[in-house]
Design a protein around this ligand. Sequence first.
Ligand code: 13P
Ligand code: SF4
Length: 302
Amino acid sequence: MDKSFMIKEIKRLKEEKNTVILAHYYQDGDIQDIADFTGDSLYLSQVASKTAADTILFAGVHFMAETAKILSPEKTVLLPVKEAGCPMADMVTKVRLMSYKEKHPERIVVCYVNSTAEVKALSDICVTSSNAEKIIKHYQGQKMLYVPDKNLGTYLREKYDLDMEVWPGFCCIHNDLTIDQVEMMKLKYPNAKFIVHPEAKLEIVKIADFAGSTKGLLNYVIESDHDEFIIGTENGIIHTMEKACPNKKFHILTDNLACYDMKLTRLEDIYYALKDNKYVIEVEESIRLKAFKALDKMMKLS
Ligand code: 13P
Ligand code: SF4
């Protein structure tokens, strides 16, 4: 199908089916461009919880669509590619977390939103990379467990001197970044600021000029007086940055910064998802109610 015809059809179906399209910053540029809202995981959850549309089509990965369903159970939530998951979210399971909690009932479970509904349901509160620092301050002085991202957890523990155990999960994209890569890019672009997502290892975050969520990184480049940046997060964000700052230059730290799962979704998938109403996300009600509690606490403290 011709691309411009497909875009027209997507727009027509979207109106006809009263659907809002949400796209994460890591999606391909053409998908971000047809979305009603683009953003980081926190912002998109907020939009999902407030939308008046009947259907939410989530161009992202499974935990994001599932979070939208937990927050808006009365809506139909569609994930265009059913295989689009987040490997990090699968690094903590309900059974492993239950057995940890039996041994350490005193620890508050702080759960990164990159997690399954079952894991959220066993947690006291959720966080995203853009609100984790703010929320964690409410629990300072208490014993905590952070699941599943060891890097973001370690970053929080070191920065705020927390009594926090961290689960050994990680993002396969950000965890692979190395100091050598940063040094080589700094030699190549000596005037560029290096910015990174806190899912990278602490040693990388420590040498960055700025670390933050996808939205935080975007705000940084918009507000900065500098005009050249080395980007230490998934390459989809560069599309957004170039649109927001057409006169600034962005260099991706390494070509490996492409999330395989985020990049599974194509325009065709969006079209077929709208046309055939797929893939519908469901969350069992007893799990949803518990997961909602952890997410709702996060929303109130954000
Ligand atoms: P944000 O919360 O910054 O959007 O990040 C989500 C994510 O999956 C990062 O890898
Ligand atoms: Fe998951 Fe990493 Fe992809 Fe984000 S970039 S969705 S954390 S695998």
